[in-house]
Design a binder for this molecule. Sequence first.
Ligand code: BGC
Length: 776
Amino acid sequence: MEESRIKATRVWSIFICAVALWRGPQPYTSKHKVRKTKLFSPLWLLTFLFLPAIAAPQQSSVENRINALIARMTLEEKLGQLQQLDGEANGNYRPEHIELVRRGLLGSTLNVRGARKTNELQRIAVEESRLKIPLIFAFDVIHGYRTIFPVPLAEASSWDPSLVERAASVAASEASAAGVKWTFAPMVDIARDPRWGRIVEGAGEDPYLGAVMARARVRGFQGRDYSASDKVLACAKHWVGYGAAEGGRDYNTTDISEIRLREVYFPPFKAAVDAGVGTFMSAFNDLNGVPASANPFTLTKVLRDEWKFDGFVVSDYESVKETINHGLAADESEAARLALNAGLDMEMISRFYGKHVPALIGNGKVSTATIDNAVRRILRIKFRLGLFDKPYADEEREKAVILSRANIEAARLVAARSIVLLKNEAKVLPLSKEVRSIAVIGALANDQAEMLGSWSGDGRKEDAVTLLEGIRSKVSRTTRVTYARGCSVSGVTATGADEKASIDEAVRAVRESDAAIVAVGESADMTGEAASRSSLDLPGRQLELVQALVATGKPLVIVLINGRPLTINWIVDNASAILETWFAGVQAGNAIADVLFGDVAPGGKLPITFPRTVGQIPIYYGHKNTGRPPDPANKYTSKYLDAPVTPLFPFGYGLSYTSFKLTNLRLSASTIRPDGHLAVTAEIENVGERVADEVVQLYIRDMVASVTRPVKELKGFERITLKPGEKRRVEFTLASEQLGFYDRNMRFIVEPGEFKVFLGTNSAEGLEATFRVLEK
Ligand code: BGC
């Protein structure tokens, strides 16, 4: 039965049952004059017949169809469904794919994109292959398909899940129009080591913020029903612990206790499951001695048995093969066996399943049921995606939606709302649009490609607005804008030339201008995959450039363009204003100019701690107290000899063009039962002169517990826009979900005792209150 027919049956069933219920139980009088109820009236019977059709028609008919298909599939065809292969860099499929698809030996591709190209290959699958099973086209749509939005770390800085959902939904609309029905996003890895280049792809260090963002992004990509023509299937990755790579070195080993996995690394994945995510990607890392792509604990026990996830898991790029390098599998065949038996359904790139499973089944090392289950999960998702009904992309829609005006506007809004103001001495910002002259300095101020950041989908540099362009189109016609490059980002120049002369030129430009805006940071390829750094300093001669410009005595506005926290202590001490803009996407220049000139007041907050020095890493706000918390008066406490223990900027930090006052923190009770709940309220007031946003953040601390708890844990937040003089009440609820933790037996419990509540506008300061959880 086709999906549309199933829906029609369902509608009819509801109608018939409604009529039956209405007309069914007619009392009547028998010839013996006894009033009876017509229990077996024909209409009642109809109700009983059609009820199951209402209850689970789709589910059962899809499951039946899957079973029927599996019954007809050869082992080769089943293994074909478990295989994903790469297209060419330009989005084409490879010549070998044609024959593989025709023979039913390929279930999915990655990187093949564009309505025409995907339709061509799809036509072979659904018209020429024996069982006509559609392909699923995947692509890394990480922060936009063609309309590139800010990098995910930036989006998390907005602390605005509805905005993040909107960004993902624009990405889904463009990707699906281009035939891509599956994105390898969101990346929900918690990361507490900014040396790791992939920190840019996630939501930062905190499990709560990470979970909120994971949910928002899954909703944005998938909507309520990912079979809709403008939605895509999402993929929570990288399952799991990948962000804890030792030393921040990509692909490196991880060793994470089960408590920490459950408390820190799992929550965003669980949030993705709760939001209905259809797929997971297993990670590259060795996790506690068992690589994540062959790890039965994470892939089966937690994901399937505990969380009841019924979608499928794809490996990461050759991560099945890499179990050999890890030293877990002796050879290809063992790699296939370990991954499959652990619960890994689809193999990306390496082809060990197809090659070795027939023999593994022959010798009983892999069961047919294991293969059938993997195939079943993949087919289930293909059905849910509606691919059997609507396998093709709409080339007309592709033309209409890609890079549409509405999408570009959304990108600008998200970018502006992701910007974080880190410093604003003497209210240098916002600048006046009427300023007579501005010097715009820095290689990053005039480079379209860099604005897109890493993993920029099908983004093109020509779509991007640079900072220089953004400023030029913002200021008055009489304002003179002078650009000077100053120096390269990396310090490596094409000619190998010393950059002294161009630094001098920048100094001259600043001297001769009334305002100076300096863009410094990282190039896009210094962030993302395989882009770990051992230093968080500004690369190349950029610090030297800023120092030379500061020496002019002119107030400098620093625009940071980067994908990770940087150790910018000198700049923090000496520049007048600092905006953290990350890689802000196609509308970067316009969005940054919106903030620089006050059309948008900055309201973003850091989703990650900025260290003062790389030696402080890992540094995150939700740490434990230790037995010897730092005490300046006592040498034998937990600190450094040569650096403070405090960060450069704490998690949740960000300033505004106005000032806010947070008052009247109140708890609805001073004691609650372990299963009770508590309201936390306060008032936030804009006491400045501009409309602006503040993010009120709620943290708790469980003071004493059978497993020690962090000194602070984020449990709620709200981004609020307030006019000057406006005051608003904020309210949060604390219940067992927020107050509980995993005990030594991995049970989630709430323990009696004292809790502290902190309400603030960053993780380091705020109002405090206390309550107690009573014994049961
Ligand atoms: C990355 C994944 C990505 C995959 C496919 C891998 O190298 O780790 O995040 O989805 O490639 O492009």
